[in-house]
Design a protein around this ligand. Sequence first.
Ligand SMILES: Cc1cc2nc3c(=O)[nH]c(=O)nc-3n(C[C@H](O)[C@H](O)[C@H](O)COP(=O)(O)OP(=O)(O)OC[C@H]3O[C@@H](n4cnc5c(N)ncnc54)[C@H](O)[C@@H]3O)c2cc1C
Length: 399
Amino acid sequence: MEVVEERDVVIVGGGICGLATALALHRKNVRSVVLEKSEILRATGASINIRRNGWQALEQLGIASRLRSTTVPLLAQRVVRLDTGLERRIPFSGETRCLKRGDLINAIANDLPHGTIRFGSKVLSIKLDLHTSFPILHLEDGSFIKAKVVIGCEGVNSAIADFLELKPTKIFPAGMVRGFSDYPDCHSFSHEIVITRKGDVSIGIVPVSDKLMSWFVFWHWRKGMKILKDANLMRQSTLELLEGFPAELVEIIKKSNRDSIFAGRLRYRAPWHLLSGNFRKGTVTVAGDAMHAMGPFLGQGGSAGLEDAIVLARCLHRKLIGFDLSCSPSQTIMQKVGESFDEYVRERWMRVVMLSLQSYLTGFPLGNSSMLGKLLCIIFMAIFFRDLSRHTRYDCGRL
Ligand SMILES: Cc1cc2nc3c(=O)[nH]c(=O)nc-3n(C[C@H](O)[C@H](O)[C@H](O)COP(=O)(O)OP(=O)(O)OC[C@H]3O[C@@H](n4cnc5c(N)ncnc54)[C@H](O)[C@@H]3O)c2cc1C
């Protein structure tokens, strides 16, 4: 094996969490390189809701005000059940907005030093150097990178999580499609997230701005169902799911922008696997979905990744003050980075376990038809998550 390159800090994956981690480290004067498998910035995708805790992390990264300017503040979440006629409105107690994912990714990437992201770099595997115990990354192009520090942020199919022997992610028994609809003359929807449910189908609509609505549809996944690739077919099959839903909701999907439509299955790391997982080996750790993929039912996966970035950069920087990664003895680096990652994992562990559990329990009724299961789920929610908004009041602290 030929090691062609040596690096201090390598982040694998240039999604929300990988880029945010690179930016948080940059703000603390720690240089890193981000290896991203795609050839260009993945500034696409649908929308992402950011609650108060996510905005606190974005403030620390120094990009919150830029992102606010393209969105409207959301005041509440309303859940309407067509089967029973029941309606519940939960006002948001902190700042909540819905962003275009592309805007978020671009805002983070634009503040990174030129050359930080290396595109077309897919990591296949990682192992430890027999002599130094530092990680060695094997890339798809056949090259190897020897790093002092590796942070795996490559989402649900993470080679770094495999190296840490985390249990594989699971598929949630629900399908999802989402997209955007443009309203050049301004829409008249309220500044709320409105989720309308009928049977095992839910449709959510969320204003991004006065001219842009984001929407999503979830449904219980049944054997034999397929995720369609063609946007027109996706839209058509989504409209078929919405039989009996109010016409104004159906209209949003009918007029949606074809290129904005995405469909997929939902993956999550089981909360009980997070409880016992080992998130650090030597100078290697994970963050974002690679650590704690969760269903989208709380809308917190991305914000949790932003929080990871702040906490990880703070812990690493604290240990590296007055210390040069590139020319210090390997034993000392091992010890300092190892201690900082242990601090990071300690600080994040219970937070991500509780977020994953709340997300799992919130989505459980959508993916399961057992009455006993649903009853147990209600009991667990009442015991652990009586205050439904508590997760938004978490503060990841200063960078
Ligand atoms: C339907 C849906 C709705 C959601 N809504 C919300 C919401 O409203 N609010 C919220 O906070 N969260 C939401 N989430 C969760 C959020 O999207 C994720 O938690 C977040 O995108 C994870 O970011 P990440 O950077 O950890 O991983 P990813 O976004 O998956 O990024 C991983 C990156 O790594 C790259 N990569 C992968 N493998 C490799 C490799 N081997 N080598 C190099 N690069 C690699 C990929 O190309 C990608 O760029 C939602 C998720 C879904 C599915």
